[in-house]
Design a protein around this ligand. Structure first.
Ligand SMILES: Cc1cc2nc3c(=O)[nH]c(=O)nc-3n(C[C@H](O)[C@H](O)[C@H](O)COP(=O)(O)OP(=O)(O)OC[C@H]3O[C@@H](n4cnc5c(N)ncnc54)[C@H](O)[C@@H]3O)c2cc1C
Length: 551
């Protein structure tokens, strides 16, 4: 007689259980229970927390159906799978990697995604090391319970601060792209002309980056509040004001059932796209040093979350651990270079709180996101964001009110100066025994002049929109704390001259073959644009160079 389809049951033992008590409780013969659970040697031993297999319920077996049992393994009780395939450092230490990427934020994700495209079917071995764990599997804004306010509060609760500098780092798969606001302008041409890469090439890589991040100006296209204020700006002295370019995938699901459940971009999207090609990914794997031999990179030293040290071998290492993280690793590895850690820059910020009267606008306000880009004679950018804290869809759930506020948030160009730098503390060490990072940063007289101009610019833009600058709490026009832009850059800046740059124009550390940097730290000058699109474009270019060398 054919064996009938049987549905095994699973039971998790509690602190009072052994096989005998379970046999009694479920009226099962002890011999049958022992046969089903050969991993439990002693039927009287305490098995709290363990899975115990029980025979199927009588009523569930389909005695009268003459079909063969299904052999597909529908449930694997032993599986320890995560939502992304993971490797252990234990396994990784026995391999030699063609490329090891350190960090999974904007830069690391972009290098991985591009390398996988370039090296498909080449048999090259790629590894990825991430200091943090699996915090959330997508941009926080894609989680239904998140309002814009909650995204920011959640970010603040998870952020790590260095030396009280107000830029929170996220140590988790995806880095800060799990929480970023996804504003994606390009740097202005006048800025890019000072960089060590031809403008035409940068333009090509910007095109690729915008496509990869699904950058679109259409998020607010047609939204009543945005259109009215944009129209006022364009008519009153800001012809270059535009709908803000955002990394948000607005493509509807297509006819074949492809679902788009992750509209706001995070670099988890890059990690997912890269899964078409096998790569090893270890989390809770903090790189503390890069290892070199005769000016050639040969691998990295890594600390696991239980403080075990591993040495991983690699022909190429790409540091994408952020402006602070990558500089810290290089300094801790005694890599020589006058510019390493120096020329740190960021964006200064002035914030205006605008207010509009509800009765001036149609019933539905819609989201508000406008960008006034920087120019040669405007050394700052203005973002107009609202209404209130609801630039995203959740605002629609808020009660109708007579007055709504919005932000005029500026980013000011900050000079690139040797005297702004990070260094290792000679005494203090963090919990992994790594010297702590100290940040030495101040604004120059020129930077302060830009801040003054931004204050004037905010007043002028508010007037152009016929909006009042009003706040119920605190000043309606204020300067934000240094570091609140969360855009620090430059500690491994690109350039041709090793005395003023840490890396060459491909992001390779001067004088060390196989050691690259691809994150915000390579950006040579701050410009006025939010940096992430530029970081992705440069990281793609670095990946292309590595792929070329490997072919
Ligand atoms: C709230 C918020 C809003 C923002 N809005 C915008 C915006 O609208 N537009 C914009 O352009 N930018 C924005 N940003 C900034 C943007 O997030 C960063 O520019 C971008 O993420 C930088 O990429 P990165 O690769 O340099 O660093 P990160 O994204 O921070 O990634 C660094 C990664 O390296 C890992 N790491 C660090 N040290 C090590 C180590 N030793 N070993 C292994 N791994 C390590 C970290 O855990 C992390 O995963 C925003 C940021 C925040 C927080």
């Amino acid at each position: 007689m054919r064996e009938r389809m049987r549905t095994m049951r699973l039971y998790i033992a509690d602190s009072t259980d052994n096989l005998r008590t379970i046999a009694l409780k479920y009226e099962i013969g002890i011999k049958e229970l022992i046969c089903l659970n050969p991993h439990i040697i002693d039927p009287l031993s305490n098995i709290a927390g363990q899975q115990v297999k029980l025979p199927p319920l009588k009523g569930l077996s389909d005695k009268n159906v003459d079909l063969p049992p299904c052999t597909l393994q529908l449930i694997n009780p032993e599986a320890r799978e995560q939502w992304i395939p993971l490797s252990s450092l234990d396994e990784m230490q026995h391999k030699e990697y063609d490329v090891l990427i350190v960090g999974t934020g904007a830069g690391g994700g972009a290098v991985l995604r591009r390398l996988i495209q370039q090296l498909a079917n080449s048999g090259k071995r790629i590894g990825v090391l991430e200091r943090g764990g699996l915090l959330i599997p997508t941009h926080a804004q894609n989680i239904e319970t998140m309002t814009s306010r909650r995204v920011f509060d959640y970010y603040s609760s998870q952020a790590n601060y260095i030396d009280n500098y107000l830029s929170g780092q996220i140590y988790a798969l995806g880095g800060r792209t799990l929480f970023w606001s996804s504003t994606c302008p390009r740097m202005t041409d006048s800025e890019l002309l000072q960089w060590p890469i031809p403008l035409s090439e940068l333009t090509r890589y910007y095109d690729l980056a915008e496509k990869a991040l699904s950058v679109t100006p259409n998020f607010t296209k047609g939204a009543p509040l945005t259109q009215l204020l944009l129209d006022r700006l364009q008519r009153n002295g800001y012809p270059d004001a535009t709908d803000e370019p955002l990394a948000v995938n607005l493509e509807p699901p297509n006819a074949f059932g492809v679902m788009n459940s992750n509209p706001v971009f995070s670099s988890v999207h890059f990690l997912a796209e890269a899964l078409n090609y096998p790569y090893d990914l270890a989390i809770h794997a903090r790189v503390v040093k890069v290892l070199t031999d005769q000016n050639r990179c040969v691998g990295v030293e890594v600390i696991s979350h239980n403080k075990q040290t591993f040495t991983l071998k690699a022909k190429n290492v790409v540091l994408s651990a952020s402006t602070f993280g990558s500089a810290q690793i290089l300094l801790n590895s005694d890599i020589e270079g006058r510019a390493i850690g120096h020329y740190m820059t960021n964006h200064s910020r002035v914030l205006g709180l605008g207010q509009i009267n509800r009765n001036e606008f149609p019933e539905v306000l819609g989201p508000l996101r406008i960008l006034v880009p920087g120019q040669i004679d405007r050394p700052y950018q203005i973002q107009i964001i609202g209404p209130d804290n609801y630039p995203w869809v959740q605002y629609a759930e808020q009660p109708l009110r007579e007055k709504w506020s919005f932000f005029l948030a500026t980013l000011g160009k900050v000079e690139t100066r040797y005297d702004n730098y990070v260094s290792l503390d000679p005494v203090k060490r963090d919990k992994d025994g790594v010297p702590e990072l100290n940040i030495h940063f101040s604004y120059s007289a020129k930077d302060e002049e830009v801040i003054r101009l931004m204050g004037e610019g905010v007043k002028q833009a508010a007037a152009a929109m016929n909006a009042a600058l009003v706040s119920d709490e605190g000043p309606a026009l204020c300067q934000l704390t240094i570091g609140s832009d969360i855009h620090e850059m430059g500690t491994c800046r690109m350039g041709e001259d090793p005395s003023t740059s840490a890396t060459n124009h491909f992001g390779q550390i001067h004088g060390i073959t196989g050691l690259y940097v691809a994150d915000n730290s390579v950006i040579p000058t701050s410009g006025t644009a939010n940096p992430t699109l530029t970081t992705v474009a440069l990281a793609f270019r670095t990946a292309d160079e590595i792929a070329k060398q490997l072919k």
